[in-house]
Design a protein around this ligand. Structure first.
Ligand code: COA
Length: 331
């Protein structure tokens, strides 16, 4: 059998229309636009209204990606949804998305690795494409974290936004696709990004509600150190596996957690900031949605071309990290 490569034939993104600026937050929180911009680069975030859920946002991005790829949802062979903020613990949000897309009986799974979820899911999709097991795979990164942060607590709530992004991966005989990747996990430091209660370790209760320990909590300093430690080496390793160097990369699309993390990585890796795709100012940290959102947006604006060599790099809860050297379409 001829070697199979994966080609990204469709992409799409969705962000809820309601924009909450830093100035809006100043009205309800002891914070300031200047503090948020200086520490994070964030100016605004999109926040879902009550009528939206994780699955409805995922489906909106998915329809755009399917339309671009020109395939009906009934032709899908697999649906992968990366998220840490599903509609329910169970049923899996991936099955909800499958049903809402009318993709009858199509296998669907949710990948829960925090902010690295989309890259983990994309790498998984490529394994099925390259082995010829499946032909049409939808990969979604979606997050509705505004429902999981405590809006009365300034240190975490200002950092996150809601969004979804999706791509369709299909096989081709022409060389392109996932050229090298690194996935990693260090569960020994998992406490640095945690929702302490609501799971089996500490089920929901009156006490949990009083303490607010069902909300997302984060040790910002430790996460910052972790991120700046893993970005460079995981990019280098993905490039080594791809047989490429940084000079071959047209664009780096990093997880959008904090502008200062991106600036520090750019400095450490000696790559000018204008080769990094950055949109955190308008969306904040949309976790598993941040890379597919930045990808779709920069493809739509024409800044990134589907034949460009991309380096995706992400880090987040777990703690996990993920890097991938990717050429979406053959040259
Ligand atoms: N507005 C104003 N002040 C705030 C604030 C806010 N929204 N949030 C925290 N502060 C205050 C703190 O209370 C603290 O005050 P104190 O010194 O009087 O105690 C002060 O600002 C410094 O807090 P600290 O947490 O040390 O700030 P920091 O410089 O580490 O910045 C983060 C905080 C969260 C912006 C930063 O640590 C960060 O970006 N970390 C990475 C987070 C991340 O990327 N997470 C996602 C991973 S996927």
């Amino acid at each position: 059998m001829a070697k199979l490569y994966g080609k990204i034939t469709g992409w799409g993104a969705y962000a809820p229309p309601r924009i909450v600026t830093n100035h809006d937050l100043e009205a309800t929180l002891d914070t300031s636009h200047d503090w948020i911009v200086q520490r994070t680069g964030i100016h605004a975030r999109h926040v879902a209204d009550a009528n939206e859920t994780t699955s409805t946002m995922a489906v909106k991005a998915s329809w755009s990606a399917l339309a671009k790829a020109g395939i009906p949802s009934t032709e899908l062979d697999l649906i992968l949804v990366a998220t840490s903020s599903p509609d329910y613990f169970t049923p899996p949000v991936s099955s909800m998305v499958q049903s809402m897309l009318g993709a009858h009986d199509v296998p669907a799974m949710t990948i829960v690795t925090g902010c690295t979820g989309f890259v983990y899911a994309l790498v998984t999709a490529y394994q099925f494409i390259e082995t010829g097991v499946y032909r049409n795979i939808l990969v979604v990164g979606v997050e509705l974290l505004s429902r999981f942060v405590n809006w009365e607590e300034r240190s975490v709530s200002v950092l996150f936004g809601d969004a979804a992004g999706a791509v369709v991966v299909q096989p081709t005989a022409e060389p392109c696709g996932l050229e090298g990747f690194v996935l990693g996990s260090d569960g020994s430091n998992g406490q640095h990004i945690i929702m302490p209660a609501g799971g089996s370790a500490r089920p929901f209760s009156e006490d949990v509600l009083q303490e607010g320990s069902h909300y997302l909590q984060m040790n910002g300093r430790e996460v910052f150190k972790f991120a700046t430690r893993v970005i460079g080496p995981s990019c280098d390793e993905a490039l080594r596996l791809a047989g490429k160097s940084m000079a071959d990369v047209d664009w780096i699309i990093p997880h959008q957690a904090n502008l200062r993390i991106i600036q520090a990585a750019a400095r450490d890796m000696d790559i000018p900031l204008d080769r990094w795709i950055v949109n955190i100012d308008q969306y904040a940290n949309t976790s598993a949605a941040s890379i597919p959102l930045a990808l779709a947006e920069s493809l739509e604006s024409g800044r990134v071309k589907p034949t460009d060599t991309l380096l995706l790099v992400s880090f987040g809860a777990g703690m996990t990290w993920a890097s991938a050297v990717l050429q979406m379409q053959p040259s």
